[in-house]
Design a protein around this ligand. Structure first.
Ligand code: FE2
Ligand code: FE2
Length: 304
């Protein structure tokens, strides 16, 4: 059973991270559907704005209530997020609420929060509304996936990416459901690590597939990175907890460096690709989130 303080803090941290992730998936869908798909473009835009509305509220209540560590982990925003949003919004014509990002850059950690009852009910309500919206988003993404697989729509996103994004949404849904029952989602170590190691490996594959064929060095690095994460998934059950955690941490540190360099290179227009800078920053934040999770799991393992 989570204490009131833990329920509030963990819920706000989870929502700060995932609400942005969800609205960006919708932005990528909105901007990669073809003009003939006006209704689905409008639907993606509406769902994106609904998540932006929730995120804007979360930021207000998170200020002073989330941990300093979670802010410093660069999982909510990075030093590149605002610029990447400005570039992508300008180049696509689709909206992104940058006022939220600016507010997030000013977030402070838990200095003055008393975690009172009124905040608990606000957070409960935020979680509930996120859950409802998430169910709509998952259904919408699954519908698009089916249409794309039947070649009834053309979307310039890999089917695997739509599936990957939906898996992330379902993971978030599971976390929210357990939080509403005042519990932290408990999974076996391999189930947790394999989820994220698969996600990280797929990011490397997406980057590989979206880089210009002439970007040989970056493509090669992406391929090696993807293989490394595949190996971690295969090895998980064979290795001791300590070993798999350390190896995952090392590979994640590696992919963070790679994604950071890629985001900088894309923003400076030094890399040829069809990767939107905001997608590079998005996968960087996901790696930063996983890196913090790994560090927490390592601390728990050391206490055993
Ligand atoms: Fe994502
Ligand atoms: Fe992802």
């Amino acid at each position: 059973m989570l204490s009131r303080e833990a329920f509030i803090r963990i819920s706000l941290e989870i929502n700060l991270f995932f609400q942005r992730i969800m609205k960006e998936h919708l932005f990528f869908i909105e901007t990669n559907l073809q003009p003939v798909e006006a209704a689905n473009i409008a639907k993606a835009n509406a769902l994106k704005q609904s998540f932006e509305q929730l995120l804007a509220e979360t930021v207000i209540y998170a200020n002073g209530a989330v941990s300093e560590q979670s802010i410093k982990s660069n999982q909510f925003v990075t030093p590149y997020t605002l610029r990447a949003e400005e570039v992508n919004s300008r180049l696509t014509g689709a909206s992104l609420n940058t006022a939220i990002t600016k507010a997030e850059l000013e977030l402070v950690g838990n200095l003055k929060c008393n975690y009172e009852e009124w905040l608990e009910s606000i957070v409960w309500d935020l979680n509930t509304r996120s859950l409802c919206l998430l169910e709509d988003v998952i259904a919408f993404q699954k519908k698009l996936m089916a249409l794309s697989l039947q070649c009834k729509i053309f979307i310039a996103l890999y089917d695997e990416m739509l599936e990957h994004d939906t898996r992330e949404a379902e993971y978030y849904l599971e976390i929210l459901k357990s939080l509403q029952n005042r519990k932290v989602l408990k999974k076996t170590l391999c189930k947790e690590l394999n989820f994220w190691n698969n996600i990280m490996g797929e990011h490397a594959q997406f980057i590989d597939g979206m880089l210009d064929p002439t970007e040989k060095a970056l493509k090669e690095k992406a391929e090696i990175t993807a293989e490394g994460f595949e190996k971690l998934v295969d090895e998980c059950i064979k290795l001791a907890e300590k070993q798999i955690l350390q190896k995952s941490l090392e590979d994640t540190r590696g992919i963070i460096d790679y994604k950071r360099t890629a985001t900088e290179g894309l923003l400076e227009c030094e890399i040829k690709s069809i990767i939107p800078p905001l997608l590079a920053d998005h996968v960087l934040r996901e790696a930063n989130h996983y890196f913090r999770l790994l560090n927490m799991l390592i601390r728990l393992e050391q206490k055993k």
